[in-house]
Design a protein around this ligand. Sequence first.
Ligand code: HSE
Length: 343
Amino acid sequence: MAINICLLGFGTVGSSVYNLIQTRKEALRELLGDDLSITHLVIKDTGQKRDIDESVQLSIDFLSAIKSGTIDLVIEAIVGVEPAFTYIKSALEHGIPVITANKEMFAERGVVLRQLAKENQTVIGYEATVAGGIPIIRTITDLLHVNKVSRIEGILNGTSNFILTDMRSHLHSFKKSLKAAQDLGYAEADPTSDIKGYDAFYKLMILCQDVFGKQPNREEVTRIGIEGLTSEDLHEAAKKGGRMKLVAEAFIDDSGRIHASITPKFIDKSHPLYGVEGVENAVTVHTDLLGALTLKGPGAGGMPTASAILEDITRISLQMPLKSKRLQKIKQVQQAAEAEVSL
Ligand code: HSE
């Protein structure tokens, strides 16, 4: 019996997860001791043609899929706070582990969902919400227990970093570079979120929650996107020996107040973020024992995000046998039926 997955959404991320599970079938079986099987796909429009196995049940009704009692794991790859929050809440209340790539939803409701997961003896994985394939969440939550982090600084949006790099190095217009980012599957369906800094804002809020245990007052966070930058600005920065980058940063002061901003910044050659180019993201964590630790890698696109999701699956499966709840339920139903027969 395989580990049954309900996948929510079949855009760039959802379809990449589906494909990765097919292409890594044997390796995943070896790692998890079971096959991963996407049995349900929940999407807005079931009429649209998709390249999926005919055994996958297509539906617009997530709650029925959850109530079917056949799902071991939910992967959520849709956009926006709702209906994602309601769906995930329901899955967790049924004790089903969830993995999400939805940064806006998790930045807003992550605390509630983590609590709900705890109350229902299950888990929610969210590595894919921040910086694509870079394992920054796990580094912060699992590997930096003793170090005290006072400040984080990063390039958290692949699309805007790609646009700035492309405009500077290929002398493309903003419009042309944005179109290339969209064609490569980096940008959000509505790229406003990338360009105006909202996407980086959500990711920074998730990082603040993990690093400082709370988020700053949202109204006090400066958020400036890249839409005001011209090719001249980028070349001017190059002439001065640096680069313009959309930098997200946050630090906590002695009174415990978090100061956060997302803003285009001049970065000189000696800065760890200077060499972060194209779709790459990077996060520098300033800690008291280690000093500055920088993680850098592919920050957007289907495969890096799917990679983060698959890594979350393997981590969660080590924490809890993914099929155990469903098997327990089946056993209970069988025992009840047997008890009835013997009466
Ligand atoms: N649109 C996002 C980005 C996708 O460009 O970084 C990854 O979260």
